[in-house]
Design a protein around this ligand. Structure first.
Ligand code: ADP
Ligand code: TRP
Length: 325
């Protein structure tokens, strides 16, 4: 059985889109030695960053992911920069990736367009992501829709390397959540909910219940008053129904049929979001009292990760033509 892996970059704060797009699909099916969840701290260095904030958020993200269900007894749980094999494999994979390929990535184009000082690491970030995945022979990568192109690049790199130098890597595929692969911003339903967009439109996992309710009640809706699941024509209402459906498991169209009107729907969504995130906030508060316990879990993760990662890097080095030490 192949492994599953997913990672979270410690910029901004984790939100409901991250939870339904990637955290839940991984933590719902954790299998010992087969599930890997990590904080991709190196990815936080690809844009302007504040060193102290990255350090603080790395520990905070680890605690939120544990609170959200990452179980170190069943998953390998780690911080990317603690496992040097990630960057070691990154370099080897850069040598099988084209410059044009990297430059074509949509996220690179978007994030570099307004900056006159683009970091080289922003260009090569998807190659590091490929290394994250290929290092552990992960066959399945649960991520939100925005990461599709990056997982496809990891696939292309694995296939190219295997064809040129021998079968070292498992070829990965993206796993989409059943609903909520792309939760939209509540205030601006045309853009995806994201760590870096408007605080008003982003439901953060650590927001208080009052804040969550306030944001949902103020969510942008669509002209008219009918509650229908129609993402093309009624994106605001469709997004609320998607969130409700992700929280309760109910089909969005069925949830629409049961709703009285916009205000009624928003109350139901707020209740569901609070019920879903309450246990996370409580567990996070408990973990916050014991940061040493979180650090201990991360240390343990490094040891387990390196057992797998070390073998992969050794095999890749041998295959690509490097002389063993
Ligand atoms: P952000 O875009 O908020 O900075 P990341 O890019 O760090 O978040 O994403 C972490 C994971 O969460 C990725 O797998 C990503 O696809 C997923 N994700 C991010 N935003 C959403 C969203 N709005 N809906 C569904 N999944 C999402
Ligand atoms: N690039 C992802 C993001 O920004 C995070 C990430 C890094 C990741 N490495 C990964 C996700 C490997 C899945 C697998 O959201």
């Amino acid at each position: 059985m192949s492994r599953r892996i997913t990672g979270f970059t410690p910029s901004g704060e984790l939100h409901l889109g991250n939870y339904f797009g990637a955290i839940k699909p991984l933590v719902d099916e954790q299998i010992p030695d087969r599930s890997i969840i990590f904080v991709s701290d190196l990815h936080a260095l690809t844009l302007d960053h504040d060193p102290a904030a990255v350090r603080r958020r790395t520990l905070e993200f680890a605690a939120v992911l544990l609170a959200a269900g990452a179980d170190p007894a069943r998953s390998i749980f780690l911080v990317q920069s603690h496992v040097p094999e990630h960057t070691e494999l990154h370099y080897l994979l850069e040598s099988v990736t084209g410059y044009g390929e990297a430059r074509r990535m949509i996220q690179f184009k978007e994030k570099s367009k307004d900056s006159d000082r683009v970091r080289v690491s922003l260009l090569t970030y998807p190659v590091l992501m490929a290394a994250d995945i290929l290092l552990y022979h992960a066959g399945e990568v649960p991520v939100g829709a925005d990461q599709r192109q990056h997982v496809e690049l990891a696939r292309d790199i694995a296939e190219r390397f295997n064809a040129a130098y021998g079968p070292v890597f498992t070829v990965p595929r993206m796993v989409n959540p059943p609903v909520a692969a792309r939760i939209m911003d509540l205030a601006r339903p045309a853009v995806k909910m994201s760590k870096s967009t408007s605080p008003a439109g982003t439901l953060r996992l650590l927001d208080s219940p009052d804040t969550l309710r306030h944001k949902v009640m103020r969510a942008a809706t669509d002209p008219g008053s009918a509650v229908e699941y129609d993402p093309g024509n009624r994106p605001g209402i469709a997004n609320l129904l998607t969130i409700l459906s992700a929280c309760t498991g109910e089909d969005p169209a069925d949830a629409a049929a049961r709703s009285g009107g916009y205000a009624d729907l928003k109350r139901t969504v707020a209740d569901a979001v609070i019920a879903t995130t309450d246990p996370i906030r409580h567990r996070y508060a408990d973990l916050g009292r014991d940061p040493e316990a979180v650090r201990k879990i991360l240390q343990d993760g490094v040891i387990r990760a390196r057992l797998i990662a070390g073998n992969t890097v050794a095999a890749a080095k041998r295959a690509i033509g490097l002389l063993p030490a």
